[in-house]
Design a protein around this ligand. Structure first.
Ligand SMILES: Nc1ncnc2c1ncn2[C@@H]1O[C@H](COP(=O)(O)OP(=O)(O)OP(=O)(O)O)[C@@H](O)[C@H]1O
Length: 280
């Protein structure tokens, strides 16, 4: 079976560490004539200790993939594992616990609780789970994100960049197995966005965390180890050790393929549109 997303990193010198895995992952919304196939039999391995970016045109299925891998959305067919745990088929209560204990989330809209201060927002997931934060780790996160003098501020008293840094700290505070970030830099100016990306990068390099980030921004994707490109609900390409320019060039080909008239019969596919070994 093909495992395109892990392929560049699974040579024999690498320990086989898969943080999340999907096989035949299919997600349809609606029914009958209005059915939308958001994910079409996706096979993917998310390698542990790596920073993976997910890109693709609007509507290609990026958020749906993230939500299904994180157990936030049910699947129509196929299987999803978090580590060794198959999450497809788990009851909602078990899923809630698994998300709480093993996954960190960062969303574009921050999702901070307005009545709690920054520190309380950071530790909320652990408070709910009845866990004590690792103080040294939390202090390190706070200092690295430059939030030391903002801990007592409520979200409304923070800038957008500071709010996103609090959301970043919250995702990292419990040292989750896997961090899912959906457009984490979407609402930030470029300096604050770079800071958040730098911190996610450090979390992977220095702390061995695993990050999956959905983004529209080639520069943001350039901070990752591997970019997965989605098109029409399928993984159509991937790029290891990406640069912002290379990602931008690859994204332009989506524009061309969507704008171009249908190719005449017999025209060969554009090379590279599908990773080698990926099943049709
Ligand atoms: N709750 C839903 N009900 C119906 N259709 C949905 C729902 N959520 C997503 N879709 C459809 O599924 C497809 C994939 O959506 P998804 O949000 O995953 O794409 P995306 O690549 O994240 O898009 P964007 O970049 O615009 O955020 C789209 O055609 C979308 O309209």
């Amino acid at each position: 079976m093909s495992t395109p997303a892990s392929a560049p990193f699974t040579d024999s010198s690498e320990p086989a560490g898969i943080a999340a895995r999907a096989r035949g992952l299919t997600k349809a919304y609606g029914s009958g004539e209005t059915t939308v196939l958001a994910l079409d039999s996706v096979d993917v391995d998310i390698t542990r200790g790596r920073f993976t970016a997910v890109m693709g045109p609007s509507g290609s299925g990026k958020s749906t993939l993230m939500h299904c891998l994180a157990g936030l959305d049910s699947v129509s067919a196929g299987q999803v594992w978090l580590g060794d745990t198959e999450i497809t088929g788990l009851k909602e209560r078990e899923l809630t616990r698994l998300r709480r204990d093993r996954i960190g989330f960062m969303f574009q809209s921050f999702n901070l609780i307005p009545t709690l201060n920054a520190l309380e927002n950071m530790t909320l997931p652990m408070d709910i789970a009845g866990q004590r934060p690792d103080r040294d780790w939390l202090e390190h996160v706070i200092d690295t994100l430059g939030l030391r003098d903002r801990l007592k501020h409520r979200p409304a008293q923070l800038s957008g960049g500071q709010q996103q840094r609090v959301a970043c700290a919250r995702a990292l505070a419990a040292k989750p197995e896997l961090i899912f970030a959906d457009e984490p830099t979407g609402n930030l100016d470029s300096r604050a966005g770079l800071e958040v990306l730098g911190f996610l990068r450090d979390a992977v390099d220095q702390l061995g965390q695993t990050v999956v980030m959905v983004t529209h921004d080639p520069s943001a994707a350039g901070h990752s180890d591997l970019v997965l490109f989605l098109g029409d609900g399928r993984i159509v390409d991937e790029m290891a050790r990406p640069t912002a320019d290379a990602v931008l060039e690859r994204m332009k080909r989506f524009d061309v393929s969507h704008a171009a008239p249908a190719a005449p019969p017999g025209t060969p596919d554009v090379p590279g549109d599908r990773p080698s070994g990926q099943q049709s």
